[in-house]
Ligand binder design. Structure first.
Ligand code: AHG
Ligand code: MN
Ligand code: MN
Ligand code: MN
Length: 335
């Protein structure tokens, strides 16, 4: 068998360093730390059925969710890797109520970047052997010096310098952007090396897959209900195919490669939906746009929303450009 590509993620990051707006090597080291932690998490996810890593830990996180052992493990791994390498001055995570401020060894706060992370996405899928993921979003700090501030994290998504995800699936992939297109790397598990397998990913302009938790249908806004009915109509190239894994990373990844739309709308008990703007929606929106797709809250571009708190939620509509436009039209018409 021949390898599809021989360029490794490590080589690719160094090659592309010159494209970064601020090419100090720091962002490369940061991406290297994420790459390393993802391999450790991948090992645990792979062994999940064999070792005592499945199940709840007995704590609730700030979102009111039951934390899983792997949520905590992945959180510790990513935070540990980023701290040790002194590549960020702050980290915010789904699993931590407050952001963490990081000092370098000389007691200064020299690093320029902050990371926001969903360490384990789709954690309710772990014990049934369904894909899970990690999502990350990277900004340059805006405060001049000293410890990071909340404002460094509450920047609109259009200020992201990099974003990506890892999908721990039938094969493990890391997909990321630094604002110059989207590239995907597949892990060779024997060598522990990510290889460039999906260069310059483009999402089809239109698609035939819709991904939404239809169990909540009756609670959805009228515009979303109308759109779902539209997807099911026997007309033109419809009905579309319904595919919903319940793990944002996996649903997004499939739609990115095949064309489609992912919807997590607001519903009666959750006026802002479920997904978190800063470490779920913004990074996915950045990737979608960089691949030629788009992302919206139903009315407004996700990347233009101004966050006001770390764990805030937003309705999320993301994927092929024409499909997102269609949802926005249905939302507007139903107002
Ligand atoms: P997380 O596991 O990081 O808390 O994220 C869960 C999210 C997301 O992955 C998924 O798309 C969504 O929750 C599924 O929610 P429903 O079960 O309500 O459809
Ligand atoms: Mn969670
Ligand atoms: Mn998640
Ligand atoms: Mn999570």
């Amino acid at each position: 068998m021949k390898l599809k590509s021989s360029q490794t993620l490590g080589e690719f990051i160094i090659d592309k360093q010159a494209d970064f707006k601020y090419s100090s090597g720091e962002l490369s080291r940061l991406l290297g730390a994420i790459r390393l932690a993802s391999k450790v998490v991948n090992q645990q996810v792979n062994k999940a059925g064999l070792v005592d890593i499945i199940g709840a830990i007995g704590n609730q996180n700030i979102q009111g969710e039951e934390q899983q052992k792997l949520d905590v493990f992945a959180n510790d791994m990513f935070i540990g890797a980023l701290k040790n390498r002194e590549v960020v001055c702050g980290i915010a995570s789904e699993e931590n109520e407050d952001f963490i401020s990081i000092k370098s060894k000389d007691d200064a706060h020299n690093s320029k970047y902050v990371v926001l992370i969903d360490p384990l996405d789709g954690s309710s899928n772990i014990d049934v052997n369904v894909n899970v993921g990690t999502i990350f979003s990277i900004y340059r700090r805006i405060s001049e010096d000293g410890p990071v501030t909340l404002e460094d994290f509450l920047q609109p998504g259009n200020k992201q310098v990099a974003a990506g995800y890892i999908v721990y699936g039938s094969s493990t992939m890391l997909v990321y952007t630094t604002g110059n297109g989207v590239n995907g790397f597949t892990l060779d598990p024997a060598l522990g090396v990510f290889y460039l397998s999906h260069p310059n990913i483009k999402i089809p302009e239109d698609g035939k897959i819709y991904s939404v938790n239809e169990g909540n249908y009756l609670k959805f806004p009228q515009g979303i209900k109308n759109y779902i009915k539209y997807c099911q109509e026997e007309k033109e190239n419809r009905p579309y195919t319904s595919r919903y894994i319940g793990s944002l990373v996996s649903d997004f990844h499939r739609n990115l490669l095949k064309g489609g739309i992912y919807i997590y709308p607001s519903y009666s008990q959750a006026p802002k939906g479920k997904l978190r703007l800063l470490y779920e929606c913004n990074p996915m929106a950045f990737l979608a746009e960089q691949a030629g797709g788009s992302a919206s809250d139903g009315f407004t571009r996700i990347l233009d929303l101004n966050p006001v708190e770390l764990h805030e939620r937003t309705p999320f509509v993301c994927g092929s450009k024409k499909m997102v436009e269609k949802v926005e039209k249905f939302m507007k018409d139903a107002q």
